[in-house]
Design a protein around this ligand. Sequence first.
Ligand code: TXA
Ligand code: MG
Length: 334
Amino acid sequence: MTMETQIVGCSKDGLSRAKKYIEEGEAVAFHTETVYGLGANAFSDEAVLKIFALKGRPADNPLIVHVHRDYELSRLIDGEPSYAAALRKAFLPGPLTMVYPSTGKVSKYVSCGLDTLAVRVPSSPAAQAFLREVDLPVAAPSANLSKHVSPVTARHVFDDFNGKISLILDGGACSGGIESTVLDCTGKIPQILREGLVTREMIAAVAGDCLVYKRKEGEKPKSPGMAYKHYAPRCKTAYCHSAAEAKALYAKESEQNGKPCILCESKAAAELAGYDVLDLGGTGEAMAQRLYALLREGERRCTLLIGIEPTLRGGVMQGVLNRFTRAFGGNYEA
Ligand code: TXA
Ligand code: MG
């Protein structure tokens, strides 16, 4: 089915239309501080299944439920370890998703057969306004077609879902730029399943300790999304470790009448004067903010996108590196 897809601001009218669509079981795209989400009523089986169909998302990759405040989150869970309460207080609203034992309060399709539920309270004013207006828990993955690069502007969402959804609530560019940290809060010690803007160091400072989940060879991942090829631009890609290597790949693609382009941190960009370069910046925060927009820019303007592995490490970089290498087909797990 095709429909007209409108991008509207978070005005009174925009918000009340969003509420109407959600109540009717439709999907609505909305801004958060990390990436745009594609939301639907988490209580409705049909609405939740629609999300999977729209994205072409594998049926075993569970969704995060979004609510506008801590109080609504606590209504979806049944108790929590004391570290989780402390983490909620420290980081919510914000880019931290918490995984609890499920209580069966939302559609079973949200968790895809896992016995846990992921919940998040986003902080962007646009997300807050949307969730407050809707006044229902909203199940939402990132608003990109499955495997494609996550969206950080309303235009990115439009490019993937034009004709497929009715409404995109425009809240501007996402300030964070990579998805939330997913944290398993079902054990004695919190464990990061997906690294993001709330870092291991930040969590450990509040919770006393924090593990980072590493999948063992052949084991089913605890966070199913981490098993999939992800964040892939729709052009050829090549991955390398130095400006010299990138120059060689660049020359070869140019010789074959292609249009190469290099995605790298500022330090490497400084060695690439005269080349078509997409500069990620020089800090973890800057790189997180620019990564997805530049991957989409790369697929728009070149035939071969060459990524040079960033050299910065620690903090937000762990999440950035995970996305960066997976966009280029690697399996980096920090
Ligand atoms: O920042 C974000 O988290 C964005 C915005 C829209 O909120 N959402 C997002 O959703 O990134 P999605 O669906 O693209 O990624 C959700 C990740 C997947 O890796 C999924 O496997 C994992 O969270 N996940 C969801 N529920 C889970 C659960 N119960 N246990 C473990 N992992 C879970
Ligand atoms: Mg996603």
